[in-house]
Design a binder for this molecule. Sequence first.
Ligand code: CA
Length: 363
Amino acid sequence: MERRRFIVKAGGVLVAAGATAAVDAPNVIAQAKYQWRMATSWTPALDILQGMAQRFAKQVDEMSGGRLKIQVYAAGELIPAFGVFDACSQGTLETYNSASYYWAGKEPAVQWFTTVPFGMDAQAQMAWYYESDGLKLWEETYAPFGLVPRPSGATGIQMGGWFRKKINSVADLKGLKFRIPGLGGKVYARAGTTVVLTPGGEIYTALERGVIDGSEWVGPHDDMKLGLHNAAKYYYYPGWHEPATYGEFVFNKKAYDSLPIDLRHILDYSTRAIHPAFLAEYDTKNAVGLQKLKTEYKGKIEILQFPAAVIKELRKLAQDVVKEESEKSPIAKKVYASFTKFQAQMSEWAVLAEDAYQRLIRA
Ligand code: CA
């Protein structure tokens, strides 16, 4: 005890253990401090999404000893929900938190980095980012915009969404006005649906007023936060259109490159640390939300599975649409090839591991 407290031999000089901090202090004081702004595409009612952006900022602040502070703004506080990509690309913002499939109009390839209809689940898609080419291809896709992307968290497989009328066949999708982004939206469009893209915070009003006939968002927890269960009766599953759904933390490249290397590492590791926390929170709160819908809203809403024939037909449409979309740019073609190959490889393993186990414990 005595020894531990007093004798730390460093370079032949005896110093008290507590003094080591004082020895390092001049370096810390000399380091520059950074103040960044992050805008998100989320309304504050979305506690998991907006909460994760705040958690990210807190992690970075703590790990950097206050050297990198990020002020987080919800959608519309600083930048509109769908204005964040441009604002960050132009350098108005140092960073944003959103989902890449919102930027499909800028480059078709971005859609694969969020989720793909009948594509990989969150677990496999994470492996694609970090153990295969996923993140490298994402960086390549965002480079022309002066942006550095990182996956944030995944929601996991979503719900199919809220409909005002029952869906018994694909023909029932024709003429509907449905809110849905990304490749999933393009599949609906192929089925004859009028597809609209509304920010999360504005869906309830559009649905309640009949401006749209239905909408998907995420799952029971978020969807109730948005009030969607009060605006449509039929809640369909599974979310074939969004089996993984990763968000994104994106940095302005000049701002990112201007940071010392340790702060860049702190940003990168912080994005990776968000993923397990985010998925755990979604899984837990969705399970609770589902029970709430089944008990408190019994009779007011119906939770229904898409008929097998509808899924089968949508899957055929999805294969065509996703392939056609991949032919719209050279980078989309590369991303599609990499994603598709990796999914085939991963699903063979998943059949023997995950699927077999899940079937076993449900038997
Ligand atoms: Ca969704």
